[in-house]
Design a protein around this ligand. Structure first.
Ligand SMILES: Cc1ncc(C[n+]2csc(CCOP(=O)(O)OP(=O)(O)O)c2C)c(N)n1
Ligand SMILES: [Mg+2]
Length: 282
């Protein structure tokens, strides 16, 4: 991977992390864990890979991104704001009355959000439907979708997977945020995944790429580039991530949602700003 591009994407990921904390911090509580684990993937997708235009958010041949784990809305809002869909500060209205930035992503509320999500599992089916729609209509572009590892408890995810393989959707890429934690605790304790999510998706007919470090922009970028070469099959990219990555009050606990004190918010945002400055100057 080009050194400059890697640096730029690392900076973008750090900016997304900082803004995600500021967005959730504006409300005082929210889904820090599952937002922060996705920051690097969002940086790769919106920073380099995806064919999107903030000035023309609905352009027909755009790539789509469906955050099926819709509770990660804040990382989406941070990314879209930094990308130029709206001033990122607009999202400091998270989950307030009449906000355009609800806790879970809503395509009728927020510019740049391709699909409404929040009921776990549904986004995966919606994304597969969008990919089929592109094929049927001959519209170029890839549909990227992110599900959580806890979300994979939903049968609907597997119906979507079966459908994606059946229809040979090589315009569909499924990210699994394998952060090992879900709402009630460890995924392995709540509902374990047998031989693993990779093995399951392989059995369903996906081209599977498992990343040792799903918070590494280079590994994510290389996987997406490899997915683009695959024909006649959907690709799944398994992101072994850290829940809460970069949020000092959440990273070690892997907390699902957080409501730290104002002092803890201030400290976390200061640490995140310092991390951004360090990467920028590297
Ligand atoms: C159908 C459905 N059931 C339950 C919930 C409540 N819920 C929201 S997030 C979550 C846990 C999801 O865990 P995971 O997919 O691992 O998310 P992440 O770790 O990426 O935050 C649950 C049970 C929901 N949103 N939808
Ligand atoms: Mg999880």
């Amino acid at each position: 991977m080009d050194k400059q591009l890697k640096h730029d994407l690392q900076v973008f990921a750090a900016e997304i992390r900082l803004q995600t904390l500021k967005i959730i911090g504006s409300r005082g509580f929210g889904h820090v864990g599952g937002s922060m684990s996705m920051a690097d993937t969002m940086a790769v997708l919106y920073g380099e890979v995806m064919n999107v235009d903030p000035k023309n958010p609905k352009k027909e041949d755009r790539d789509w991104f469906v955050l099926s784990k819709g509770h990660g809305g804040p990382v989406m809002y941070a990314t879209l704001g930094l990308k130029g869909y709206y001033p990122v500060e607009d999202a400091y209205q998270l989950n307030q009355p009449n906000t355009k930035f609800p806790s879970h992503t809503d395509r009728l509320q927020t510019i740049g959000v391709d699909m409404t999500t929040g009921s776990l599992g549904q986004g995966a089916s919606e994304a597969v439907g969008a990919a089929i729609g592109k094929k049927v209509q001959g519209i170029p572009g890839t549909v990227y979708c992110a599900v959580g590892d806890g979300e994979c408890d939903e049968g609907q995810v597997w119906e979507a997977a079966q459908c994606a393989a059946h229809y040979k959707l090589d315009n569909f890429v499924l990210f699994v945020d394998n952060n090992k934690r879900q709402l009630d605790g460890d995924v392995s304790q709540v509902m374990s995944h047998g031989k693993g999510i990779s093995a399951k998706l392989d059995a369903f007919g996906f081209n599977v790429i498992e990343l040792a470090d799903g918070n590494d922009v280079e590994q994510i970028y290389d996987a997406v580039m490899a997915a683009k070469e695959v024909k006649g099959q959907p690709t799944a990219i398994i992101l072994n991530t850290v829940k809460g990555k970069g949020a000092i009050f959440a990273e070690s606990s892997g907390a699902h949602s957080s409501q730290p004190s104002q002092e803890q918010w201030d400290e976390a945002i200061a640490v995140s700003q310092a991390a951004l400055d360090e990467i920028k100057n590297a």
